[in-house]
Design a protein around this ligand. Sequence first.
Ligand code: SF4
Length: 313
Amino acid sequence: MEVLLARPRGFCAGVDRAIEIVERALARYGPPVYVRHEVVHNRHVVEDLRRRGAVFVEELDEVPEEAVVVFSAHGVPRRVQDEAAARGLTVLDATCPLVTKVHGEVRRHAREGREVVLIGHAGHPEVEGTIGQYEAEAAPGGAIHLVEDEEDAERLAPRDPQRLAYVTQTTLSVDDTRRIVAVLRRRFPAIQGPRRDDICYATQNRQDAVKRLAAACGLVLVVGSPNSSNSNRLREIAAAHGARAHLVDDASQIDPAWLEGVARVGVTAGASAPEHLVEEVVTWLRARGATRVAELEGPAESVRFSLPPALRA
Ligand code: SF4
């Protein structure tokens, strides 16, 4: 049995930055440091930070006065930013700059009187944060519409199709999103939006890589947590491109029966999954007969985001 690793895989620049913000906050202010929502969607990362003194909460009313609070990489609605400021909390914003960019687009469209279509998944914290930017900025009567699939796009009934814009969640399937945008552009030719979508470089690169991996492997293992949007998309894309595909949090979740009759196993990892989990999966596969481990060709990533000024020194 042979193992092929996708390239790129695992941590993106936004996740690297978010974890570093929590680590530096713990070092600088000492525990506890409160983190609103899982800083990134990975069970192992969250458990590790919790052991070191991070306290994960879902809402700010769980954060005591004068505490230090980190906003997760997914971003927060404006009401949360305003509430933290009003309470005088020390805020360290780990929102990925590529999500912040989408927030800016939404606020601009709201100010300029457009309704906005947000292509994304209901209930995901990034979607809640992005919707909350519009709600804070829009004039009365303005609306932001969540569209999850092509059927939603076909049913959409905006107030004024001439004053309409779209944005997208950053971690969607590139191919699904392209189809949804095509429906919107056909139905509403005047719609404004990014040239293609707001899907980030890391999501795009990992999806391209998993397509190459699935073409070469009978089985693809995606390392990532079940609540990680981009990891779920990798599993779906691998399955759609002909491989049997499973999402696993770590090596302990691999079922040995999956390997039966498989000559080549592909391994990749979502943008929030640390590389040591991939290494453990490879070790597990070696223990079960993998004799060769190789990495597929793929682009190198050099994106880095700067830390908040308070943590730079
Ligand atoms: S997946 Fe993309 S948008 Fe999300 S944190 Fe990483 S770089 Fe930022």
